[in-house]
Design a binder for this molecule. Sequence first.
Ligand code: FAD
Length: 534
Amino acid sequence: MNITQLSDKVSVSGQITADDVAKLAEMGIEILICNRPDDEAADQTSFDDIKNAAEKLNLECAYLPFTMGNMNDAYIKEFTQLQNTDKAIHAYCRTGRRSAYLWENAQKEPEAESTLPSHGIDKNIASKTFDVLIVGGGSGGIAVASSLLKRQPKLLIGIVDPAKHHYYQPGWTMVGGGVFDVKSTQRSTQELIPNGVSWVQQSVETFIATENKVRLDNGNHIYYQHLVVSPGLKLDWDAVEGLSETLGSNGVTSNYRYDLAPYTWQLVNEIKQGKAVFTQPPMPIKCAGAPQKALYLSADYWLKNNVINNIDIHFYNSGGILFGVKEYLPALESYMKKYKANLNFNQTLKKVDGKKKKAWFVSKDSEDNDITTETDFDMLHVCPHQTPLDFIKRSDLSDDNGWFEVDHATLQHVRHNNIWGLGDTLNTPNAKTLAAVRKQVPVVAQNITDAMNKRELTAGYDGYGSCPLTVERGKIVLAEFGYGGKLLPTFPGWINNGVKPTKLAWFLKAQILPIIYWQGMLKGHEWLATPLKR
Ligand code: FAD
């Protein structure tokens, strides 16, 4: 039994057996709730068997079974009533996720009416249902609102996002390399919300898909006809012990945060000798090339300033290879050689002590035992562990790994025809990049328009993603590929050879792509992003 304690009184787990009931009783459980319908799997212990075992031990039992996507207010009410008895409850289903989702919904009584928060929203909208509600006003959210309005200017669209600021995250690699000023990567969210679109400055706490509504963290509900989910992913800084406490000091930095990217550049300038360590966590991460891009730009600066021979450069990668698409490896490996960087594969950062300037990595031996390696450092650039956001993971809209579950071509949710996904939150096996979002936005906008007009969905996504690998200041290896690692270069080889470092690709990244982002993508211009016809 893998038990997760959700509150003082409520725990959840995956499927239990009749033997587990005695253990739960010993732990003080007084009520058992089954959220899994009988006969979902051949090896499943039936509710009757659990109930028989429970009754012998004087445990109460409740059968509240539901399948993903079919939980409703009746279940929430019943769970709330059981919870109000103040008895210790253990709920279970196949994995524990359905039970956790039910518990989460039972923390607040469902409201009789839809109410909208007054902050930042037109009061007249309070009695209406949005034609399209967008969760997350980052790269995907703002762009899809604009693209939808280009197709249907009269749509009633709402964007829910608590963040005051919006970021052009690909610029942070350039900030860490001393090329961009950090301020150029930030705008106010308000300024970017398209005209006529309502901004609800709150967080979405949970989805109630069966009733076409979301619940906000202030307890209010918002209704929709179509929902687009694009809240990005979670940067899990706390997955590495000691990291949060020391980030931004003691030589520990990361280009993965607006406030820290300038510190990377400060460290690159300050260090004249010593050891520089760059880390990469397990996949998937957004911009899989960003951890090594930080290394290349730092090393290039040290090379050009004649200090590189005094700096011992290390790359520690949780994965077993420098880059997932083999065609780009020769160019990248040659730069690692040029900078005399030591490559350490299958090593995951576990702990940092900033004051002592030490870091610990874990790898596995042939019998799957942990081996811990200690290293000291003068500069440590960390790429954080990345996971699905908690509210996505807990919802019944995610897959078994917690990512938002869509059809890989249409980006429509696999269980709900009026729900769509975009960006880093998706379970699609593409490179999680802004370039991918740029291609996904027209697909979602077009398919929602088709669905609203009761047509077959016409737009498809081929998994395109792009990673401009800044191998030196002034040159980039422009990796562009789709599902299955298929190369999908934008330009013919004679204009830009994607597997080689080129000045043109640097010009694109440094001069053109920010303009395409701020002036094109976020304003509904679908430059370099025509969707595939299905
Ligand atoms: P985001 O843009 O992250 O937006 C998510 C939004 O959702 C945020 O505004 C957040 O506040 C909001 N949100 C979160 N939770 C909730 C909630 N509960 N309710 C409501 N709103 C919520 N891509 C490239 O193509 N090329 C590159 O060179 C590149 N380099 C990168 C370098 C770095 C250092 C980083 C960090 C990223 C890089 N990327 C790059 C990746 C790219 O920036 C992301 O893939 C892209 O921004 C993802 O867009 P998104 O809309 O999915 O998420």
